[in-house]
Design a binder for this molecule. Structure first.
Ligand SMILES: [Zn+2]
Length: 147
């Protein structure tokens, strides 16, 4: 398998998965450094340098982060809360509005759950497959997919 960069032919390439994990560990260690730096206020310049490196690592890691599946719990809770607020207000001022809140909750939840399910079962596997097979070049930062 040829893992050289197709653009600049560099051998300094890395899979997104590896880059992501490396970025995560670097980020956590630099966060600790910043915490110590904040305690000793005198070394502001040193702290600045350390946090800049931490941000750079975070960006690499963010760029390499795997595709996310659509979540169910939080969005559905959000729809429920909005529906409940409309229902409560409707119950106080105008009954049809309460029915509208109920309608919003049931239909909104159904549509969201269906679309999230569709995404997770049809779109996401392809994105994840792409992610697993994508390498980045550390010389020219070109991203390419291998077989
Ligand atoms: Zn390259």
């Amino acid at each position: 398998m040829d893992l050289n960069c197709p653009k600049c032919n560099s051998e300094n390439t890395q899979s997104l998965a590896t880059a992501y994990e490396a970025g995560m560990s670097h980020t956590s260690s630099s966060t600790k450094g910043v915490g110590i730096g904040l305690g000793a206020g005198g070394v502001a310049v040193g702290v600045g340098g350390a946090s800049t490196a931490g941000v750079a690592q975070t960006l690499t890691s963010q760029r390499a982060s795997p595709p996310q599946k659509k979540a169910y719990f939080k969005p559905l809770m959000g729809i429920l809360v909005v529906g409940l607020i409309i229902m409560v207000i409707g119950g106080m001022i105008w009954q049809p509005l309460a029915l509208l809140g109920q309608f919003f909750w049931i239909v909104g939840s159904g549509i969201y759950a269906y679309r999230a399910y569709q995404f997770n079962s049809t779109t996401w596997p392809g994105l994840f497959e792409d992610w697993k097979h994508t390498f980045i070049c550390h010389r020219c930062s070109h991203a390419f997919r291998i077989q």
